[in-house]
Design a protein around this ligand. Structure first.
Ligand SMILES: [Fe+2]
Length: 210
């Protein structure tokens, strides 16, 4: 299926220990575009990082704050799009055993969780935002979170399952029907990848508590 048909691209930060810049890794502007569709965010992030490197104590506060706001927006857009494309391409088989068990523990059953996740997606339909199942390091379990835009991410979470609810994700294939897009999304969830992310988050959570 064609989810996210618009021309955007996946990326990775190829910063290494040997910085070609005197400014440090935070200003490298070297995020590389992969062959997936969200290059705009990556190119803009690189430009913002390069511009931030030029800030001096005399730079006006409004310039600093708008650059930092843009950096957060483009960074989260890159991270969320990578997670989104990474959790698609499955065949809709049942969720993995740990995902299933922990969603039931948190929501009563995985189906009840899915009902609520779909409801959030539908509520965002026609506008913009993300429906995100995070590992919540505060709650020590999976929790669904709303994000009205790229900057509304849970402060201490790791995305497990991400659904792009910006209209560009579905308007080409489904018109205004967020409902049909959500239906197709759930038919294509890569549950093995969600289970893998959950396992990594559980280990990280245990390490943080030790
Ligand atoms: Fe998107």
């Amino acid at each position: 299926m064609a989810l996210g048909g618009a021309a955007i691209a996946q990326s990775t930060n190829q910063a290494s220990g040997t910085s070609p810049s005197a400014h440090g890794d935070a200003f490298l502007g070297k995020h590389a575009i992969k062959a997936l569709p969200f290059g705009g965010a990556v190119k803009n992030l690189n430009k913002v990082e390069e511009t931030l490197a030029q800030i001096t104590p005399d730079t006006p506060g409004f310039t600093v704050s708008s650059l930092e706001a843009a950096k957060l927006k483009f960074t989260n857009s890159m991270i969320l799009h990578e997670a989104y494309f990474g959790n698609l391409g499955g065949d809709s088989k049942a969720a993995g055993p740990q995902t299933d068990r922990l969603l039931a523990q948190a929501y009563g059953s995985r189906l009840r969780w899915e009902e609520l996740f779909r409801a959030l997606g539908n509520a965002l339909g026609g506008g913009s935002g993300w429906a995100i199942l995070d590992w919540d390091f505060n709650a020590h379990g999976p929790r669904t979170y709303w994000a009205g835009d790229h900057t509304n991410a849970l402060a201490f979470g790791a995305p497990l399952l991400v659904m792009d609810m910006y209209e560009h994700a579905y308007a080409i294939d489904y018109g205004a029907s967020a409902k049909d897009y959500i239906e197709a999304f759930f038919k294509n969830v890569h549950w093995a990848e969600v289970e893998r992310r959950l396992g990594v988050a559980q280990k990280a959570d245990a390490a943080l508590r030790s």
